[in-house]
Design a protein around this ligand. Structure first.
Ligand code: ACM
Ligand code: ZN
Length: 546
């Protein structure tokens, strides 16, 4: 009898014991952080984090609350949706403690994990937010399947970004992404410590932002009747071209825009809207024909290549329209920078347009291309008067650019170099390294249809946005940006596949430019991939062994 009891007790202890150690997850053996921090020194031992671990936040302003909110999300992801860390004022041991430091820049942080506490010291709430992102990467990967407690390795991390502008552009004109999908994209950006979401809201194939003064933009301009199937033959649209014969549309209400801007702000991401001007205008012209040089009524574009039908800079009504649109855009987006496109704008319509020719005479312009410089400078003046800065694609340089405009260099880095040399601020986003609509491998068999090109993740990683610039000129390079154009993106799954893991390479260029190493990056990316899996993101596997 006593022997039976003993065996029963042993079985119980074993079961309980197994339960207990299964639910306190041990630290992973070789954690690492991507983008690579300035310094990362692992010590012995671990800190045990559980739902009962309290949080000490020295400040209770709104932005600090956002940073601490990221920790709330972490607790919920690991310990269950109800788990909320208890706030305490005491400098208690066993807590996660947030501290501000005047000696640091806003985005800098120091994260110290000791056996008896975690301390996050940062220059501002954004630094604290990034520290929480780092902490998330230090958790055992299995944590995201749920646990009662997790062990985090003891470590001292000092960190801060190299570049202030760390961007991602998403084209929602060619493929429309829902608010939920945009938020998931912002989550991805936060994971990679990116801080600028460039939202490409208007193009030939769709106008995607509600403008109350001009309701036709979304009633007419947000829907195309059908879409080309397969690759665009580049202007040769004959009977061999096939269309899906399905209306395609979507737009964001102003309320939804506010929701996205707020969601981004809580992740310390600025949203820069792009309203294309004077090119890529067919959806606008389809809505209001008087915006074009001929006044003809067009259909929203159904194919992908560059279109001659652009805004007429000869007419005052075009500027009244743009200012009306921008008035509402400025209400919605607190961003200092407002993107007005400026790329791929043929001058063919302008050459034949009496209003445009009269404008050239009145302004003393000798080349039609200078009309673009004239139009852009007018819009810039409007923005500057309202305390905003104009940013546009590098074609702006060809029409004569003002000294205060910010240039986004996409046709290689040459435009950016030229702009920096003449004292314009620059964001580098060259096709050679930053166009994530390009294939990720030379062997495209089995790959989803893409724009073309070949941009493997290693090539993204090799970008040096400061190359060819003197120390003085480098001051003008604000940062880098990945661009996801979506002509050939079928859904959000495919968007993720095109972004990942290339976004992690871009993140290291942006955050860790002065400490990049490709071998280390490969192993960090391999580990980060576990987080992609845990969060359910889809990614390409060319970089990985399997
Ligand atoms: C661009 O890719 N047309 C900026
Ligand atoms: Zn005109």
């Amino acid at each position: 009898m006593r022997r039976g009891m003993k065996r029963l007790m042993l079985v119980c202890m074993c079961v309980l014991g197994t339960c207990a150690c299964r639910r306190t997850l041990p630290a992973d053996p070789a954690p690492s952080v991507l983008p690579v921090p300035r310094s990362e020194i692992y010590g012995g031992g671990t800190f045990r984090l559980s739902a009962a671990t309290p949080v000490v936040a020295v400040s209770d302003d709104e932005r600090t609350a956002w940073a601490v909110g990221a920790l709330d999300e972490l607790y919920a992801a690991v310990f269950g949706p109800e788990a909320q860390p208890r706030r305490t004022d005491a400098a208690a041991d066993g807590a996660v403690r947030f501290v501000c430091s005047d000696a640091m820049e806003a985005e800098e942080y120091r994260l110290t994990v000791d056996p008896d506490r975690i301390e996050i010291v940062s220059g501002g709430p954004e630094g604290a937010f990034y520290a929480v992102q780092t902490l998330r990467q230090l958790l055992p990967r299995a944590a995201f399947s749920g646990a009662d407690a997790v062990e985090i390795p003891c470590v001292a991390i000092e960190d801060g970004p190299c570049l202030v502008y760390r961007g991602l552009m998403l084209d929602v004109a060619r493929h429309f992404f829902t608010v939920e999908e945009v938020k998931r994209t912002l989550d991805l950006m936060a994971m990679h410590k990116l801080n600028v979401f460039h939202w490409h809201l208007t193009d030939d194939q769709g106008w995607r932002i509600e403008i109350r003064k001009y309701p036709e933009l979304t009633r007419v301009g947000a829907v195309r009747k059908r879409t080309l199937v397969g690759r665009d033959p580049g202007g040769e649209y004959d009977e061999t071209c096939r269309y899906d014969e399905t209306p395609y549309g979507g737009f964001y209400t102003q309320e939804e825009i506010r929701e996205v801007v707020d969601y981004a702000a809580r992740r310390f991401i600025t949203v820069i809207p792009e309203i294309e001007f004077p090119g890529h205008a067919v959806a606008a012209l389809a809505s209001y024909p008087w915006l074009g040089c001929t006044g003809e009524r067009y259909e929203v574009r159904q194919t992908w290549d560059i279109d001659d039908r652009v805004f007429c800079p000869g007419r005052e009504t075009t500027f009244e329209f743009m200012e009306g649109v921008l008035e509402e855009v400025l209400e919605l987006f607190p961003s200092e920078y407002i993107h007005i496109g400026g790329d791929e704008c043929p001058t063919k319509m302008w050459e034949r347009c009496p209003a445009c020719r009269a404008r050239m005479v009145a302004e003393g312009l000798t080349r039609p291309r200078q009309l673009q410089g004239y139009a852009t400078a007018r819009i810039e003046r409007f923005l500057l008067e309202r305390g905003r800065r104009l940013i546009g694609w590098d074609e702006m340089l060809d029409g004569g650019v003002t000294p205060t405009a910010v240039v986004m260099s996409w046709r290689g880095t040459e435009g950016g170099v030229r702009a920096a040399r003449q004292g314009n601020e620059v964001v580098m986003a060259p096709t050679t390294h930053c166009y994530f609509d390009y294939y990720q491998t030379a062997d495209t068999v089995g790959e989803p249809l893409a724009w073309g090109g070949c941009l493997p993740v290693e090539q993204v990683y090799s970008l040096d946005p400061l190359e060819g610039l003197s120390a003085d000129e480098r001051r003008f390079v604000r940062g880098v940006q990945a661009n996801l154009w979506t002509e050939y993106i079928a859904d959000f799954e495919q968007a993720q596949y095109m972004l990942l893991p290339r976004l992690s390479a871009l993140a290291e260029v942006a955050w860790s430019l002065d400490r990049k190493d490709v071998a280390g990056y490969r192993s960090r990316a391999e580990r980060l991939r576990g987080l992609y899996d845990a969060c359910g993101y889809r990614y390409a596997r060319h970089l990985f062994a399997d």
